[in-house]
Design a protein around this ligand. Structure first.
Ligand code: 9WN
Length: 448
């Protein structure tokens, strides 16, 4: 195992370094994932950031989520990017003039006061809101934090369960590879291969100004990302009208929705919500139904993990036979059947993910997979949010020793890599951006 704790870094020094990153990446109302590569507000990044910020300043953590939720659309969707108007258009692609949310998305209720993207990211927000509240309930109550956020979180989940059940079996579908947050996962190769790429001359990849081409998704992938997003936009971002040629049920997205639905039940108790359906019992019932659907549709005994499902393949959709770390994220779901938990734990430590054996952090993709690449974005490298989720899952199911060693490995790797965006799972070498916000935030959370 390569990621040893860096000699001489104390917990206090690491905490201080993480704090500095979060202060530097704070814009006054929210946090950028990275000053260089991602100069706007991203949806699931903000949820993870708030989970860390709560240890520094409860009001600031609350503000992070409030800023994001104030860009919510009328149909309930929470956009994956909220653009900062003071950042030049050329700093990130696709920029606001590509998404044109306030005009193209008007029919779906896009806000007029801010520009956003039109797709979504995993719903970690209710879980984050609950954890933020618990860090300082008095301040949260005084500011009416949960009382104001609760109806927005309910509308967000309703958007996903009503407008995005494209498979018709009670699970949420992602309609773009950016939505599950794992852009170029090998799980998308087959469904994406059916998409005609946009003309490469029609856009310019700003990401290559900041990141190395060998680490980032390929130009062909980008052409397809652009095509899917442009077609969605040209259908007014209305899910009923858009054909959604890419539609996948992702176990990570659905597991995070379930964990957040459980958090909504606790929030409903705190705010005294009385339904109908939006009372604590309503949320628990929805979480239970989603859990049943997750197990029915996505559990694969042969692989020993959850698989994504391509809703557009065959007559009734087909499992995508690629082992992605998204299939381990359901460890965060409470109350999974015991046999599934046992098998998942074997898989995490087995030859495909190697945790505690060949690697010290969970890789994003099968170490033995045909598409494994230890450098290229979501095709192998280890990401800190995924490892934070697996750590939480191990702890939830009582595997404290394994959770403790994963926690130590995450902290050591965050420190040694300068809070890298992701790391090579074999060597521990940092990749992508440095001073990456969720790496610092989640390290801070694990230190607390
Ligand atoms: C597209 C911001 C985001 C993360 C995603 C990660 C990456 C964007 C990109 O950066 O995606 O949304 O330009 O590659 O894949 O998980 O939220 O950190």
């Amino acid at each position: 195992p390569a990621q040893r704790p860096p000699v001489g870094v104390t917990a206090a020094e690491l905490r201080q370094a993480a704090r500095q990153v979060l202060l530097r990446n704070w814009t006054g109302a929210s946090t950028v994932p990275s000053r260089s590569l991602y100069p706007h507000q991203w949806s699931w990044d903000s949820a993870f950031v708030a989970i860390g910020l709560r240890h520094l300043s409860a009001p600031r953590a609350q503000r992070e989520l409030e800023t994001l939720m104030s860009a919510q659309w009328g149909d309930g969707r929470v956009p994956h990017i909220v653009f900062n108007p003071s950042v030049p258009l050329g700093a990130y692609f696709p920029s606001p003039d590509f998404w044109r949310s306030s005009t193209a998305g008007a029919g779906a209720g896009a806000p007029g006061h801010v520009e956003t993207s039109g797709i979504v990211q995993p719903p970690v927000h209710a879980l984050a809101a609950w954890l933020v509240h618990r860090a300082d309930p008095a301040t949260s109550r005084r500011r009416g934090f949960l009382r104001r956020l609760y109806p927005r979180l309910v509308a967000w989940h309703r958007y996903l369960t009503v407008h995005r059940d494209l498979g018709g079996h009670g699970l949420v579908s992602a309609v773009h590879p950016w939505e599950p947050g794992m852009d170029n996962s090998p799980a998308w190769d087959a469904p994406l291969s059916r998409i005609e790429p946009a003309d490469p001359c029609s856009f310019r990849r700003c990401d290559l100004d900041h990141g190395s081409a060998s680490d980032r998704p390929t130009d062909l992938d980008y052409g397809r990302y652009v095509r899917l997003a442009a077609d969605y936009r040209d259908h007014g971002y209305r899910d009923g009208d858009a054909p959604h040629p890419f539609a996948v049920e992702d176990p990570g997205v659905n597991a995070l929705l379930i964990a957040s639905e459980h958090a909504l039940a606790q929030i409903a108790v705190e705010v005294g919500a009385q339904g109908p359906g939006d009372d604590p019992g309503g949320h628990r019932g929805r979480a239970a139904r989603l859990t049943d659907a997750l197990v029915d549709r996505l559990w694969d005994e042969e692989s020993g993990m959850f698989l994504c499902r391509d809703v557009r393949a065959g007559h009734r959709g087909e499992p995508i036979r690629e082992r992605s770390a998204a299939g381990l994220v359901p460890l965060v779901v409470p109350g999974l059947p015991h046999g599934i938990v046992r098998t998942l734990l074997r898989t995490v430590g087995g030859e495909h993910f190697g945790l505690g054996d060949t690697v010290r952090l969970v890789p994003s993709y099968d170490l033995k997979g045909h598409a494994f690449d230890s450098c290229r974005y979501w095709r192998g490298p280890a990401w800190f949010n995924v490892n934070w989720l697996v750590e939480r899952g191990l702890r939830q199911y009582g595997h404290t020793t394994r959770a403790d060693s994963l926690r130590a490995a995450v902290l050591a790797s965050a420190a040694a890599s300068g809070f890298a965006e992701y790391v090579d799972p074999h060597t521990g070498a940092g990749r992508g951006a440095r001073e990456f916000s969720w790496t610092a935030a989640l390290a801070l959370d694990l230190l607390s």
